[in-house]
Design a protein around this ligand. Sequence first.
Ligand code: G3P
Length: 217
Amino acid sequence: MRFFLDTAALAEIEEAAALGILDGVTTNPSLMAKVGVVDFDAHYKAIASLTSGPVSAEVISTQYADIVTEARHLARLAPNIVVKIPFIPDGVKALKTLKEEGIPTNCTLIFSPLQALIAAKAGATYVSPFLGRLDDIGHQGMELIRQIRQIFDNYGFETYILAASLRHPLHVLECALEGADVGTMPFSVLKQLFHHPLTDKGLAQFLADYEKLHARS
Ligand code: G3P
């Protein structure tokens, strides 16, 4: 399972990349706004220079022709840009055109397995089902991942399942168990994955025992 960071904060991306387990980055207009970005193009370029993995940059357009024009522009910013396109009819139409042009896409705002099936049929490189937002309204977000996995496996779709809106380590665990290809998460969640109280306790004990031995010699 690939780990992407769901952020537009350069410092977080740098720190995660230094850990050696960062496979890519996803952004959206809300995440860009959160870090106060004004020049989106320059910021996408900066992010893309911090990882060799895919970097999702989202279109703002909602009409087919505008989506395609904007997508072509974003794709030219860096070789690892993946154009994020909302799941709307004009977006789906654009997915097909961009597939024919060899531009990788990430179809976002997926909340049902049938939306994922349509996006895959249209040639999306990735689909982004939003788990946490479904959980927020009392639905089983994880069920969406299971169903998409089954549908894609049934028909041999090569579209990657990019599980998004992950809010805690259990989401990441369940996504890995269900066979999501990618999990994108905030840096806070990535850091939580490292911690286990028994690891901390065990290491403290090992170091204390070493120190005791060292003090005697
Ligand atoms: O990038 C899309 C998704 O991961 C957003 O997550 O927490 O805003 O629902 P969240």
